[in-house]
Write a protein that binds this ligand. Structure first.
Ligand code: FES
Ligand code: FE
Length: 419
């Protein structure tokens, strides 16, 4: 293509140096942010929440992806549906609360009323020629992957969701998300571009120095290292970890728990990765004493010594499935400079706070870790604003997943805008 026909975004994509952080405009420019919302968040499967957000018929949860507001509803038959949260009369926002329970969805402006299947069932004074059937709520594609809810705003969502569901489903199913409740949710606004939040999540190069709580249950060796730079003691420890990983995978798989790595982070449109990792200490949970935080275990588990099943999906989520609880994270961009990080802690539905679990113990490690990460994201966003910023090299031993995230991002953007 002649250069004169190249758009600024195409030029940025061409300038990107593989294996390096992105040119600053990818993090800062409002135009790139608009393109991110249109092509990445508008055309891919976006993780928003969990079935336990809408446990009963009539329950509604609202999720905002940029300017799109989506109402997720459990209908009378128990099916989870999603609609654009926009009245079909004059477009008023239909559901204002983040969570509510309704009989029908009633617009407060002129009382147009929709049932839980989205059908318009009541609209006064519209005259004899008015066809209610043409004015139902606009559906949004939604899929539940063993209780994790993904929506897609495109008319034709990526078809490979089914492939991800088929391969990831057996890893998730034993943890029984549908049999849990949301014990706690934390929303924090990170002072940086959503891609910086994602890049930060995709590595643990920073964990040793920044996460004193998280590195109690997590083995640093699980996230890569450069053996040639380690002394004999550390090399022996890393080898011990490698043997532990192999033997635990064999044990867990023999017990019916899929555990071995699948990595499709930059090889599918609906990119994902999973692996069950051993935990340090008692090996049970992401807690400061490495023991289960909830006495009632998930699913049919009889032991909590299951390590942690980590799951990553592009472009905006990561999850840790433990024997006693689940921690699930979604990143929703607010503008080029701010991102909503939403974290939910799920425990068995019949677990009782103060009896089966202590909320501070359950949430302590990740509340602290999120705050630490948010600060780091802010530092990178500030750095990208400086004239001294230049894309820097990712570590080939510890930042492979960061590299796969930006590869996926650049590849998907190029597929939609050209390069
Ligand atoms: Fe909803 Fe009028 S805008 S009823
Ligand atoms: Fe971190």
């Amino acid at each position: 293509m002649l250069d004169v026909l190249t758009t600024p975004l195409q030029r940025l994509l061409r300038e990107r140096k593989p294996g390096h952080s992105l040119p600053a405009a990818f993090y800062l420019s409002p135009e790139v942010f608009e393109a991110d919302m249109e092509h990445i968040f508008g055309k891919h499967w976006i993780y928003v929440g969990v079935e336990p957000d809408v446990p009963e018929p009539g329950d509604v949860a609202v999720f905002d992806i940029g300017k799109a507001s989506i109402a997720v509803v459990r209908d009378e038959g128990g099916e989870v549906r999603a609609y654009h949260n926009v009245c079909r009369h004059r477009g008023a926002r239909l559901v204002e609360d983040e969570k509510t329970t309704v009989g029908n969805l009633v617009c407060r402006y002129h009382s147009w009323t929709y049932d839980l299947t989205g059908a318009l069932i009541h609209a006064d004074h519209m005259g004899p020629g008015f066809d209610r059937a043409c004015h139902g709520l606009k559906p949004v594609h939604i899929r539940s992957l063993e209780g994790l809810l993904f929506v897609c705003l495109a008319d034709e969502p990526p078809a490979d969701f089914d492939d991800m569901a088929r391969r990831l489903g057996p890893y998730l199913a034993p943890h029984n998300v549908r049999g849990t409740k949301v014990a706690f949710q934390s929303d924090i606004v990170e002072p940086g571009n959503w891609k910086l939040t994602m890049e930060n999540n995709r590595e643990c190069y920073h964990c040793g120095v920044n996460h004193p709580e998280l590195t109690v249950p997590l083995f640093a060796y699980g996230f890569g290292f450069a053996p040639e730079e380690m002394d004999e003691h550390d090399r022996a420890e890393a080898e011990r970890y490698g043997r532990l990983l192999t033997s635990r995978h064999a044990d867990w798989e023999a017990a019916g728990l899929p555990s071995r790595e699948i990595d499709e982070l930059d090889t599918m449109v609906t990119g994902f990765r999973t692996e069950r990792l051993p935990l340090d200490g008692e090996g049970e949970s992401h807690t400061l004493d490495t023991r289960a935080a909830c006495r009632k275990l998930l699913g049919d588990f009889t032991s909590a010594k299951l390590g942690g099943l980590s799951v990553w999906t592009q472009p905006n989520s990561w999850h840790h499935f433990l024997g006693d609880h689940i921690i699930t994270f979604s990143v929703l961009p607010l503008d080029a400079d701010r991102s909503l990080l939403r974290t939910k802690w799920l425990v068995r539905k019949d677990a009782v706070e103060g009896v089966d679990y202590d909320l501070a113990n359950l949430t302590g490690v990740w509340l602290a870790t999120n705050d630490q990460d948010s600060h780091l994201v802010g530092l990178c966003h500030k750095g990208a604003q400086s004239p001294g910023y230049e894309p820097g090299p990712y570590s080939p031993n510890t930042e492979m997943l960061v590299d796969k995230f930006v590869n996926w991002y650049a590849g998907r953007m190029a597929a939609h805008v050209g390069r």
